[in-house]
Design a binder for this molecule. Sequence first.
Ligand code: COA
Length: 257
Amino acid sequence: MTDLVLTEKNNQVLTVRINRLDRKNALTHAMYTALGDALEDAHADGDIRCVLFTGSDDCFTAGNDLSDFAQGLPGSFEETPVGRFLFLLATATKPVVAAVNGPAVGIGTTMLLHCDMVFAGNNTRFQMPFANLGLCPEGGSSLLLPSWIGRVRAAELLMLGGAFTADDAYRLGIINRVCEPEATEATALESCHKLAAQAPAAIRVTKELLNRPTLEQLKDTMLAEGKLFGERLKSREAAEAFKAFMEKRKPDFSKFD
Ligand code: COA
């Protein structure tokens, strides 16, 4: 159990709140376990019809805890807490919605690719800085992003790893709406309650059909990404990037070939 992930059930909606603000909601192994448990509970609880992932008005998540990353993955990717969480999210049968503000870094962006609807505050800074950290894409992003937004735009976001705004994300078609930050959660909740009031089996079948064309390829991609990600975590490039983050400087990749 961790109080860094809070859950609250209200009118058939399970709100899952990332709550580690002093670390910009960076996600530890224990927090991924809690996020995965929340998805399993939602699946098992017949009274829950929709899951909402959120953080605060000014922070969704700064992504994986970089000190955890520096230790490498404890086991093969799909068995790690992050791998378990991502697989549960990608195969969730009930609708999943996200309300995002502030930093949505790394998995904070890639997990949104598995949500059915995403609402973002105009203060959101999306970023997938995997290559910047000597790492590689994860969470199925190397499959889903190019097919949704186009190969060259996906390459720019994944290779240069720059931040982009909620307006950019809206233009790219990866979020539903841009909100005032203090209204993001309420706006997302409104859609959650609408989803919860819909015919539940019809929603499940609709979700299944939306996921079906890419599901097998997605699982295969997530396994391949996970294996490479685990290898990259042990690389000298990643070690330099993590050290640079701790020392609050830019990484120097000039010595690597
Ligand atoms: N892992 C571990 N600690 C993190 C973290 C992370 N991913 N992100 C932020 N923190 C810590 C910072 O080290 C800082 O700790 P300190 O107070 O002891 O110095 C604290 O959280 C606050 O972060 P700070 O960087 O001061 O906040 P900011 O508002 O200036 O910047 C971010 C926010 C998200 C832009 C910045 O923290 C960042 O780039 N974080 C790393 C993101 C990242 O690379 N994630 C991995 C993706 S794969």
